[in-house]
Design a protein. Structure first.
Length: 292
């Protein structure tokens, strides 16, 4: 006997059932891609025949953390980077519940990165949606793990020397059994992908590109968004793991990148100890100059 009487209730589902009565209107910034995630998630539920009593949504911290406030189902707003372990526990306690976890790129690929890898490795039967806007939005625009190289922000005023992480390649190596990328500017594809992920038996990871017009002014590069399965320009077998793995590439070291943008000296700092004519620079002076 089910722990929840509504589980398995065979009836037609209306997407409006997933709009809460207490907080029906989301309060994200105008133009935010998070609206697209919410819309696609609501539209996917009737496709898979799930009603609000059959779904549990777990979120982390950040703009994406408000998702379960605007989605009528069971929910748990966890702490930063910890939506996955809480979601895993719920699924193990009640396998009949449809478990969905969600978080931002900083939440899932930064502070919660280890949980993301090991949840894929263990192949828990759940869906994980990462709102990837390539920025820390809620904390006002710091560089995130997926910010493009050269991206300038409060934390990287000279531009980030780091190449962004490659979450799909990472999850491919970790053992996720369903991996996809979609975008808020392609709502029809997003709905189909979320429905596929929910119906998949195992860990499904969706990297959801979500523009941030407030803190990431490069958000326009998501438009137009190309669906590699529909475009004639690509010949890509989505079921071929080896072909997907070939997309990974070599890149320069972090030190080489920092030297290229002038944030590390060409001459090793240690050598200055033995050079009486060396000019010493103080970080303190640079900070004062930056804030003038």
């Amino acid at each position: 006997m089910s722990a929840f009487s509504a589980i398995g209730d065979d009836r037609e589902i209306d997407r409006d059932e997933f709009t809460p009565g207490i907080e029906p209107q989301a309060t994200w910034c105008p133009g935010c891609g998070d609206f697209g995630v919410l819309k696609a998630l609501k539209q996917a539920m009737p496709e898979v025949g799930k009603n609000p009593d059959e779904v549990a949504l777990f979120t982390g911290i950040g703009c994406s953390g408000k998702l379960n406030s605007y989605f009528n189902s069971y929910g748990f707003h966890t702490i930063h980077g910890r939506s996955l372990p809480v979601a895993r526990a719920a699924k193990l306690a009640n396998p009949e519940i449809e478990v969905i976890a969600a978080g931002g790129d900083g939440d899932g690929y930064g502070i919660g990165g280890n949980h993301t890898i090991h949840t894929a490795r263990e192949n828990h039967d759940m869906t994980y949606i990462v709102f990837n806007n390539e920025i820390f939005g809620l904390t006002k625009g710091q560089t995130s793990p997926t910010s493009p190289k050269g991206h300038k922000s409060k934390t990287q005023p000279h531009g980030s020397a780091k190449s962004p992480i490659r979450p799909l390649s990472q999850q491919l190596n970790a053992g996720a059994t369903y991996i996809a990328r979609t975008a808020a500017v392609n709502p029809n594809q997003a709905k189909e992908i979320i429905a596929e992920a929910i119906e998949h038996d195992g860990f499904a990871h969706i990297d959801f590109l979500t523009q941030c017009p407030t803190w990431n002014k490069d958000a326009k590069h998501y438009v137009p968004y190309t669906d590699v399965q529909q475009s004639d320009e690509f010949d890509f077998d989505v079921s071929d793991r080896a072909e997907a793995a070939e997309m990974m590439r070599e890149r320069p070291s972090y030190g080489a990148e920092k030297r290229a943008i002038g944030e590390m000296p060409e001459e090793p700092l240690a050598e200055r100890y033995f050079d009486e004519d060396a000019e010493w620079e103080r970080t303190y002076d640079k900070l004062l100059e930056h804030h003038k």
